[in-house]
Design a protein around this ligand. Structure first.
Ligand code: NDP
Length: 259
């Protein structure tokens, strides 16, 4: 087998939470290009269906749109059941769904804190728990969570303690789950992006139009990258090319963390 063949995902079924837009959409498309069947799983049914159809047209992949709230246990269980009904297995889970609240702790409400932690961290727990069932029952799998460089550094100038705490939790969760599920042949890793141009970063730009320049000044590559710059790392971590990689974080941040 040639080295590029090891990145192929033919006959694999992948669930991508938040696969309808932003980073998740680029990941869903890339997994489809690599040969996987792709489940686009997010809250908004209409945009999920459009994304699934466009990815199928563009890549030839089999796709399915499944509405899900990753913070809701019944909804996550039903997402996995729908995937099994359509494709018969789950081989790859990409925990990508995430939200941010830009608020100082002085003004942050408990509801805001809970919404961030429940989506970004509890969602990773629930999706891994239920997608992990068919992986454990079968021949293993790969879980890739989209964490953030915010798990490792303090962000500036925006305020976002709940977000950073949730992403730190995802990193810690990942190392522990990798240890507990190695015996089932399940690899568990994260990709930790820096600033990527999506609705998420546009939200910060809407409040502070100069924020891009501050961010760029703090990184080596001075660029807010497109979502397509994160997707290849996820294909790698999901694939046999990363067969010996588990419990790891791959930072994709244009050199923010070394500055
Ligand atoms: P977007 O705001 O563009 O997309 C967020 C995605 O998450 C949407 O697809 C949304 O779909 C989905 N989502 C949100 N809440 C839920 C929920 N409860 N259940 C299911 N789906 C949900 O953000 P990004 O693409 O930027 O972010 C994707 C991931 O990347 C997040 O985890 C984010 O923290 C992380 N990240 C982003 C960075 C950036 O600079 N953009 C940097 C580092 C990490 P819908 O609304 O239909 O549910």
């Amino acid at each position: 087998m040639g080295v590029l063949d090891r990145f192929r995902l033919d006959d694999q079924t992948a669930i991508v939470t938040g696969g309808n837009r932003g980073i998740g959409r680029a990941i869903a498309r890339a997994l489809g290009e690599a040969g996987a069947d792709v489940v686009v799983a997010n809250r908004n049914a209409d945009s999920g269906a459009v994304a699934a159809e466009e990815i199928a047209d563009a890549t030839g992949a089999e796709t399915l749109a499944v509405p899900v709230d990753v913070a809701d246990e019944d909804s996550v269980r039903s997402m996995v059941d729908s995937t099994l009904a359509e494709f018969g297995d789950v081989d790859i889970l990409v925990n990508n769904a995430g939200i941010v609240v830009h608020e100082g702790i002085e003004d942050m409400t408990l509801d805001e804190w809970n919404s961030v932690v429940q989506t970004n961290l509890t969602g990773v727990f629930l999706c891994s728990k239920y997608a992990g069932e068919p992986m454990r029952a079968g021949d293993g799998g790969s879980i890739v969570s989209v964490s953030s460089m915010s798990a490792f550094v303090a962000n500036y100038p925006q305020r976002q303690v709940a977000y950073n705490a949730s992403k730190g939790g995802v990193e810690s969760f990942t190392r522990q789950l990798a240890s507990e599920w190695a015996e089932h042949g399940i690899r568990v890793n994260t990709v930790a992006p820096g600033y990527i141009r999506t609705d998420n970063t546009d939200q910060a730009d809407a409040v502070d139009p100069d924020i891009d320049e501050v961010w760029k000044g703090e990184m080596l590559m001075e660029e807010i990258a497109p979502p397509e710059d994160v997707a290849p790392t996820v294909v790698y971590l999901a694939s046999d090319a990363a067969r010996y990689v588990t419990g790891a974080s791959v930072v994709v941040d244009g050199g923010y963390m070394v500055r």
